[in-house]
Design a protein around this ligand. Structure first.
Ligand code: HEM
Length: 454
């Protein structure tokens, strides 16, 4: 192996593990500093691992689309296999392709439209439970409602009062994975008496028990000939009986797919909604424009929106687009090179990590004037047309792009319209807002908001 390889510019590697530690302590700041100092491509060592941070839309397209076959998911996602197993987010190769092919039809436009009733009902139920003049943690509320929606619509399961428990367990798992990501972090697992290992196991058990209840309930219905609806879980159970080129799906594989959709299908959208409501609370002028659109398109606050209203809610869509620009729920993606690869003039060796950050790319002043400003009106059709594809990629892209993207747009637009038609929100005085970048971008201290009925 060559040792005189030319690296892109980057911080000095003289003190081992410095960058690894900085990255774990404040990954977003670290990446922003790298992009400001070194531009489109930089290199650093994470422990002994070579990491290339790319911040150029063409390079990102090259990795996610043109040469995707030369990459697998990076260590961050491989670590999350401890919870997600080999589901759609974490699996690779031929197995991933078969599962994607199986699951994709449940996310075709016609099918997604059929989920809108559940989205609308759950949103109204949540709004009806809120009391004028009270303070709620909007992040928790969004997590509960999106959890109820994904469970009922795609997985055909009614979650009973377990929203909080599921939320806490998911947070425990994501924090645990962040610890394992540190250089030498995986040693933690070897010390079984450490409390964090037990906490992780308990959290995983909680999530597993929900997923196994979903599966057993469906299996009973299927065995009893009661084929209620045509949700994804029925499709997966039926597929278990079918032989394919790479064999039948085992019970564990079924569990992994259900866990993946259950978690990926609500955690990201709940963050997108939370950040959107936060931004609206800071910008009364934008909220007033939104009110005007909602009033014009939907009329009275008790009128239930329909799927046909959604394309007319253009300004609402711009608000969501801009909110996911500033606070992308998936704030970074990583890939690991299988074979040698070239980016610009640099040779990337097999095993190296390529890091891309939506958070950093979305705030690049070359493409977004006043990048830190919340300005939904920038999203005109002309602006979108001239923007290179991978300057804005909240849902990733290419073959591993988000399967739930159309679901998420529909759900978030419906929810914003229903919530903001009825309620005005203001941050509770003294509430601190800070970022907590785990696998997703969460508000560190939740989002406590005072509710006022409109
Ligand atoms: C605002 C909401 C959402 C955002 C920002 C988001 C973002 C993403 C991103 C960036 C990826 C690509 C990850 C990578 O390339 O490593 C992804 C993949 C995925 N997402 Fe989403 N997502 C959202 C909503 C959803 C929903 C609602 C579902 C399910 C109903 C879902 C299910 C998935 C799955 C299964 C994958 C893996 C796809 C594959 O590899 O074939 N996501 N998502």
């Amino acid at each position: 192996m060559r040792s005189n390889i030319e690296y892109p510019p980057g911080p000095s590697n003289l003190i081992p593990y410095t960058m690894g530690r900085k990255f774990i302590q404040d990954p977003i700041k670290t990446l922003l500093v790298l992009s400001h100092k070194y531009g489109d491509i930089s290199h650093f060592k994470f422990g002994r691992q070579d990491v290339y941070f790319i911040n150029n839309p063409n390079y990102i397209e090259d990795i996610l689309v043109t040469n995707y076959k030369n990459f697998i998911k990076s260590r961050g996602l491989q670590i999350s296999k401890r919870l997600l197993g080999n589901g759609l987010v974490t699996s690779e190769g031929e197995y991933h392709d078969r599962q994607r092919h199986l699951i994709q039809p449940k996310f075709y436009p016609k099918q997604i439209r059929s989920y809108s009733d559940v989205m609308i009902k759950c949103a109204f139920k949540m709004c009806d439970n809120w009391k004028d003049g009270t303070v709620v943690d909007i992040h928790k509320e969004m997590a509960h409602v999106t959890l109820a929606i994904i469970s009922k619509s795609v997985l055909g399961y009614e979650v009973k009062q377990q929203g909080d428990e599921i939320g806490k367990s998911l947070l425990t798992c994501m924090e645990y994975f962040n610890r394992l990501l540190m250089p030498f972090g995986e040693l933690i697992e070897k010390i079984s008496i450490l409390p964090m290992n037990k906490e992780f196991q308990r959290a995983k058990d909680t999530l597993d028990s929900t997923v196994y209840s979903m599966i057993s309930e469906h299996r009973k219905n299927l065995d009893g000939g009661k084929k209620e609806g045509d949700d994804l879980l029925f499709t997966l159970l039926q597929a278990q009986d079918e032989e394919s080129g790479i064999g039948k799906m085992s019970d564990i594989q079924l569990r992994d797919e259900v866990m993946t959709i259950f978690l990926a299908g609500h955690e990201t959208t709940s963050n997108a909604l939370t950040w959107t409501l936060y931004l609206l609370s800071l910008h009364p002028d934008i909220e007033a424009k939104l009110d005007h659109e909602l009033h014009t398109v939907l009329g009275d606050s008790r009128i239930i929106p329909t799927i046909y209203d959604v394309p007319k809610l253009e300004y609402t869509e711009r608000i969501l687009t801009e909110s996911m620009r500033l606070y992308p729920p998936a704030w970074a993606l990583g890939r690991q090179a299988i074979n040698e690869h070239k980016i610009d003039k640099y040779t990337i060796r097999p095993g190296s990590i390529i890091l891309m950050s939506q958070y950093v790319m979305h705030r690049n002043p070359l493409y977004f004037t006043e990048p830190d400003l919340f300005y939904p009106d920038r999203w005109t059709p002309e602006f979108k047309k001239q923007l290179p594809r991978f300057c804005y990629f909240p849902f990733g892209g290419g073959i591993r792009g988000c399967i739930g993207e159309p679901f998420a747009w529909l759900e978030a637009i419906l929810l914003i319209s229903i919530i903001c038609r009825q309620w005005k929100m203001a941050l509770e005085p003294g509430h601190k807002v800070a970022l907590k970048p785990l696998i997703t971008l969460r508000p560190k201290h939740g989002m406590r908001m005072l509710l006022t009925r409109k």
